[in-house]
Design a protein around this ligand. Structure first.
Ligand code: G3P
Ligand code: CA
Length: 241
């Protein structure tokens, strides 16, 4: 059965990458949560998609130029006009500490394409190990060298390659890196890609699927999971298949 990963939590209805968004995803029956991580000036791993805080909070500036104490003062739910109260940017530690008590899977996307945070991979892996969540976490990135490094450091944690364009026989590439899954942009996915990937023992989890018709198509292809901003909608669509 295809799994449903709530993209940045239930980001279609709640402030993305916040605890309220993650709790909502669990409430509506998501199998897993996708979240993005960056690093602060004082080396804390924080859950935020962009390199800056401008789009998602009431502040402005680079994540890497704030200490976590400074960053915690900004509201990541300001666009929701007080509907969810004050929502700070969470620490990865905070999410895993809560997540450990649930049955959820976690896809931690390392945002190390644009900025090369020197110790991001080591710190994320160390934290996953501290929480003993190795079998419930998938690491992913558009930076495939980073995924190769993560696989070398912790082969017991699953790694996945994010990509936007069609790739030729991508399962070979995945296997060469030591990763175990493809996380493609959904428009590049067809039935034969999913079939061939599965024949080679490679999972396929397309992103980000918010339309009912595309959800149905991907469920019909038997993809391993979808990423969606609307996990409740996806759960309802899946019930009809
Ligand atoms: O992991 C799937 C998806 O989150 C990748 O793109 O930009 O939403 O982080 P983005
Ligand atoms: Ca992401």
């Amino acid at each position: 059965m295809t799994k449903i990963f709530a993209h940045r939590g239930s980001a279609g209805t709640h402030p993305e990458n916040t605890m309220v968004s993650f709790r909502e995803a669990e409430r509506v029956g998501a199998d897993g949560i996708e979240l993005d991580v960056q690093m602060t000036k004082d080396g804390q791993i924080v859950v935020i998609h962009d390199e800056t805080i401008d789009r998602t909070t009431n502040g402005t500036g680079w994540v890497k130029e704030f200490t976590y104490k400074e960053l915690r003062k900004f509201d990541a739910s300001y666009k929701f006009a007080g509907q969810y109260g004050f929502c700070p940017i969470p620490l990865l530690e905070e999410v895993l500490s809560w997540g450990k008590q649930t049955k959820l899977l976690f896809n931690i996307e390392l945002k190390n394409g644009f900025i090369q945070y020197e110790t991001l991979e080591e710190q994320v892996i160390q934290m996953v190990k501290e929480f003993k969540m190795e079998t419930r976490v998938i690491l992913s990135s558009f930076n495939h060298n980073s995924m190769a490094r993560c696989h070398r450091m912790a082969p017991e944690i699953e790694t996945a390659l994010l990509y936007m364009e069609s790739l030729y026989e991508p399962w070979k590439y995945v296997q060469a890196i030591g990763a175990s899954a493809l996380h493609p942009y959904h428009a590049t996915v067809n039935e034969s890609l999913v079939h061939e990937a599965h024949q080679h023992g490679v999972a396929v989890r397309p992103f980000t699927i918010n339309k009912q018709a595309v959800m149905k198509k991907m469920f019909g292809y038997h993809v391993d999971a979808i990423f969606t901003d609307y996990p409740e909608k996806a759960r309802n669509v899946l019930k009809t298949i």
